[in-house]
Write a new protein. Structure first.
Length: 157
């Protein structure tokens, strides 16, 4: 690639060196000019600072320019109510349904689960999902109890 030598050869910029295109050492009273990078324009046009035109209350920004948005107002403080208490029988139903405790836990999980669901409907407490989980696990435990009794009775009789 060749460097431009005459003023007509320069594409952009106003501060092109006179005489030698790129001296290795600047002469007295001259400043050093960095050589261009191949493929890049030398001394590109200076950046244009866009001033907003004030028309009315909102400033005008040309298309493609950053347009600041209005500041968002903070939301009013709305405290949440206290959390609903969880029904204790629902917790006991789920725990006993998980543990099974020699299948007695499964039967107690069913009893506690149905009582807890009734209390939750009447009082509005939390824990309905735990009561349902205890009921489902209780029925699974009872099902295993029945299967075990059938298997055990067919083995011994």
């Amino acid at each position: 690639m060749t460097t431009p030598h005459g003023q007509g050869d320069w594409q952009h910029g106003t501060a092109q060196p006179q005489g030698q295109p790129f001296p290795s050492q600047p002469q007295a009273g001259q400043s050093y000019v960095e050589p261009p990078i191949p493929g890049m324009p030398y001394n590109g046009p200076p950046p244009v600072e866009v001033q907003p035109l004030h028309t009315g209350t909102q400033p005008y920004y040309p298309p493609g320019q950053y347009q600041p948005g209005p500041y968002q107002q903070p939301y009013p403080y709305q405290p949440y109510g206290p959390p609903r208490p969880t029904n204790g029988l629902a917790v006991a139903s789920m725990v006993l349904g998980i543990l099974w405790v020699y299948w007695i836990g499964s039967i107690l999980a069913l009893v506690f689960g149905y009582v807890a669901r009734d209390q939750i409907r009447r009082s509005g407490q939390g824990g309905d999902g735990m009561a349902v989980a205890g009921i489902v696990l209780g029925w699974i435990g009872v099902g295993f109890l029945i299967l075990g009794m059938v298997f055990w009775s067919s083995f011994w009789f």
